[in-house]
Design a binder for this molecule. Structure first.
Ligand SMILES: [Zn+2]
Length: 569
């Protein structure tokens, strides 16, 4: 609304913008949150999107079907859908049905659908979808042009949901288990690329219809439309695992690009990306969707983790740590987000905290400690700490107004890794993603997992051999970063974590003593690993020694190097 105030400068231009891109209905503008009673009555099995995109008019004409299983007796089906679209017809099991568009919801009346039965809804509609003002953070359609003036179109709806351009169950908890078919029609000079594999390409007068299909479960926000005069750069990748009874073969890595500079493309894909892929398959396990493809598409905004069709818009920039962080981050989501999906929005850090931690770890692989710490320290000083990363109750995605799920999540994992040790930590991570510590023994298709924060705490505790709830209480269920209090009087050192009266944080820290006296020898240096409890612990040190606590910064704690809680105020 603020952009429509008539008295501000450039009001005319802004009013024009408001007229062509009306602001979003508040219900449409948010995604997930608590399931409504009607949403909870069905489980989506399959989506079929038939959408014609008319870039010249910035409009779409759609016919979207949803097949779902009734989990109770149903007489009304609730879909989420932006009310700006004009709906021509709705059917349930191929019979025309009454419907009502109300406050971002499409309510369809149906004859009784018995519990346990499958039903199919179909919605025909057209209109001008909401245009993203700042993608990917502000979602919607992105209408752009290439340097040569051709249309270049993409969508980004992670934060706001699939209902921005097609009728769907806009909730992270419900993936269609049988996947999705996407039939996208575009003008002849353009190509439409999407998730899964290309089934057919059909010319219809001056248009072409591309039929893409994924048989893997997929989050609705991943069904992203990418349209442009794409060319392809393709490699074959040797699979680590087989399919069913068949031994490992190869699957394609395809880069759909707008850029013509083959040097840049080869450098990004052949050198940088292949090394990243090797890192992930070695560290985590086999690429999750080897029964389809690795897809990367050049898009006119920064990036998004669309399953088997990662959106890439970092313009071939390598960061100072020797790789393209954006590519590496988005690709991490094929494991953290796509194969393993958060149960509810409150578990967002399971996607972003883990995906973010993969950049410093990979930087360590490429550059060494300097790469690792340059990323960790930058992230550390950008932590807001205004509210807990994991709220007690579920929330909608707009709860997350800082980067804390990324940076605080990543730092929490750093300390957890130190505490658990390499083997146990990575086993817990693999169990979180694949439900097994040995994913190399699996075969395609790999079954996705749905996880809550509590699931990860249970898995990590099991690997560690001790209940770790206290650890997550201190770091992710509390808003503050623990402060280590150091109180020293001569030969007694008292350590405690401040401001955590109800929490226990029992973490081993390294104490480095320099200049101590031992067996008559002076200037002895030694390091000891101590366990600190939040309510304090005392340790004997030599009164002459200079001490340094946790010199390798294994413990995520407040150094007061950054002003916290400035971002959302
Ligand atoms: Zn991410």
């Amino acid at each position: 609304m603020k952009f429509c105030l008539p008295f501000i400068l450039s009001a005319y231009a802004l009013l024009q913008g408001c007229a062509t891109n009306p602001s979003l209905n508040p219900v449409t503008a948010v995604s997930s949150g608590e399931l409504t009673a009607l949403q909870a009555l069905y489980d989506v099995k399959h989506y079929q999107l038939e959408i014609e995109v008319v870039p010249e008019q910035k409009t779409i004409i759609g016919n979207v079907s949803m097949t779902a299983l009734a989990l109770g007796e149903i007489t009304q089906i609730e879909l989420d859908f932006d009310p700006r679209f004009k709906i021509a017809m709705v059917t349930v099991n191929e019979r025309q049905a009454d419907f009502e568009s109300f406050n971002g919801k499409l309510l369809i009346t149906t004859d009784v659908l018995a519990r346990g039965s499958e039903f199919t809804t179909s919605v025909s509609y057209k209109g001008r979808p909401y245009e993203a003002e700042n993608p990917p953070w502000d979602g919607g359609f992105v209408w752009n042009r290439t340097e040569s003036g051709q249309h270049w179109v993409a969508t980004a709806v992670q934060g706001r949901g699939c209902d921005l351009y097609w009728p769907c169950k806009d909730h992270i908890s419900d993936k269609p288990e049988r996947g999705a078919d996407m039939l996208i029609t575009v003008p002849n000079d353009l190509v439409a690329v999407m998730n899964g594999v290309l089934v057919s390409e059909q010319s219809i007068k001056n248009k072409t219809r591309y039929h893409w299909q994924t048989t893997n479960p997929i989050s609705a926000y991943h069904l992203a439309i990418n349209i442009g005069p794409f060319k392809t750069f393709e490699l074959e990748h040797q699979s680590l695992i087989g399919t069913g009874d068949e031994s490992p073969s190869t699957f394609p890595i395809v880069f759909y690009h707008i850029t013509e500079d083959m040097g840049k493309i080869e450098n990004l894909i052949k050198t940088d990306f292949l090394s990243q892929l090797d890192f992930y398959e070695r560290t985590l396990g086999p690429y999750p969707w080897g029964n389809e493809k690795i897809g990367i598409v050049e898009i006119p905004y920064l990036g998004m983790e669309h399953q088997t069709m990662n959106g890439y818009g970092n313009k071939f920039r390598q960061d100072p740590d020797g790789f393209d962080w954006l590519m590496q981050h988005e690709f991490a989501h094929e494991w953290f987000g796509n194969l393993m999906t958060q149960e509810a929005s409150r578990d967002f850090w399971l996607h972003e905290g883990f995906a973010n931690y993969m950049q410093p770890i990979y930087a360590q692989d490429v550059i060494g400690d300097a790469g690792f710490w340059s990323k960790m320290w930058r992230n550390y000083n950008a932590i807001a700490s205004c509210k807990p990363v994991i709220p007690e109750e579920d929330v909608s995605m707009d709860y997350f107004d800082s980067n804390d799920p990324y940076f605080k999540g990543s730092w929490t994992l750093h300390t957890l890794r130190w505490m658990m040790g390499e083997e146990k930590f990575w086993n817990a991570v693999r169990r979180l993603i694949y439900d097994t510590p040995d994913p190399w023994s699996l075969s395609y298709p790999i079954t996705p997992t749905k996880r809550s924060s509590e699931d990860f705490i249970t898995i990590a505790s099991d690997e560690y051999g001790e209940d770790l709830r206290w650890f997550f209480d201190a770091y992710l269920f509390s808003k503050d970063i623990p402060t280590l209090e150091v109180d020293r009087s001569n030969d007694e050192l008292r350590l405690s974590f401040r401001d955590l009266p109800n929490l226990i944080l029992d973490i081993p820290v390294v104490l480095y003593e320099d200049g101590a006296v031992e067996s008559g020898r002076h200037n002895v240096s030694r390091s000891t690993t101590l366990s600190i409890r939040s309510d304090g612990s005392s340790h004997a040190v030599q009164s002459s020694a200079r001490i340094q606590i946790d010199p390798e910064v294994k413990i995520f704690r407040e150094f007061s190097t950054a002003q916290r809680c400035q971002i959302s105020q």
